[in-house]
Design a binder for this molecule. Structure first.
Ligand code: IMP
Ligand code: MG
Length: 278
């Protein structure tokens, strides 16, 4: 079976699921309706990934889903227990396939990170000597970088954190930045050293800097672990940069994908597994 056949089966399943949604809505069966919505979304995501060759084509999933849905769409058969269970099981398998479609490739080792962090700490210790410094870490991505860095900076420091959340889905950056945790220390008149994990499009970082500027610090200096310069959409000035990385979605050493992989000691690129077409 080739990819097109599998996709056609899956498209047919999408329309049957949509039809079932209407059916359950008419029957006011909200319990099932609440389950069908997310499954339909997973199915659409799964189809997208197959189309992009990001997950392997799996005929069995497509076929079993199609059969179960055909059973449910038969007249007065929308509560067939076996078919409903089968759909739940297949949803679980699709979820695993979606994850299995990605693999980690080592990009920056913990030894490289350690060396670079020491160099940055040395430069910062030299440049900021005599300043009254508050380090502001951006949760959660910068935690490991920050704790390694500050322990190597040979100056008296105070620590505070903000949590910036850009509400995007998956690996796409969102322009809508919100702050969920605010500063506890007063940074007025102080030198602020902002420690951030990644500057990608630059939207998060820009929002953060204007948020801090409003509080009247003497100056703001920044230290960023990863600079994805080529992806920049807005202009930002970076003072200390750990590594420049052209593109790719990174995980590990604080960086996450949906809160996964954060605690790995090295940095990896998350990328699709070897592509296969049939
Ligand atoms: P920006 O607003 O596009 O610059 O995105 C910055 C934020 O998105 C960072 O603070 C990260 O939390 C997150 N981010 C951007 N790229 C990556 C990545 O490759 N891996 C993990 N998180 C990322
Ligand atoms: Mg972040």
């Amino acid at each position: 079976m080739n990819k097109e056949d599998v996709l056609n089966k899956l498209y047919e399943s999408v329309s049957m699921m949509a039809w079932l949604q209407i059916r359950y809505a008419k029957l006011r069966d909200y319990k099932i309706l609440d389950k069908i919505g997310p499954i339909l979304k997973h199915l659409e995501e799964y189809i997208d990934k197959i189309r992009n060759n990001d997950v392997p084509v799996n005929w069995e999933i497509a076929e079993r889903l199609n059969i179960a849905l055909k059973t449910l769409t038969k007249e007065n058969n929308e509560h067939d227990e076996d078919a409903l269970n089968e759909i739940m099981v297949l949803d679980g398998i699709m979820g695993k396939e979606l994850k299995r479609g990605l693999q980690k490739r080592l990009l920056i080792s913990k030894e490289q990170i350690e060396t670079r962090v020491s160099e940055l700490a040395k430069e910062i210790s030299r440049d900021l000597e005599g300043e009254d410094i508050i380090v502001v870490g951006i949760l959660k991505g910068a935690i490991f970088f920050l704790t390694d860095l500050v322990r190597k900076i040979d100056l008296p420091l105070k620590l505070d954190f903000v949590e910036a959340k850009s509400y995007g889905s998956g690996m796409e950056s969102s322009k809508n930045v919100q702050f969920r945790k605010f500063l506890e220390l007063d940074i007025y008149g102080k030198t602020v050293l902002v420690v951030e994990d990644i500057v990608d499009t630059g939207h998060t970082f820009n929002a953060l800097i204007s948020f801090l500027k409003d509080k009247g610090p003497k100056k703001i200096v920044n230290c960023v672990l990863i600079d994805k310069k080529e992806r920049r959409e807005v202009d930002v000035k970076l003072d200390y940069v750990g590594f420049e990385v052209p593109a790719g979605f990174l995980v590990g050493y604080g960086l996450d994908f949906d809160d996964n992989y954060r605690c790995l000691p090295d940095i990896f690129v998350l990328e699709p597994m070897d592509k296969e077409d049939s």
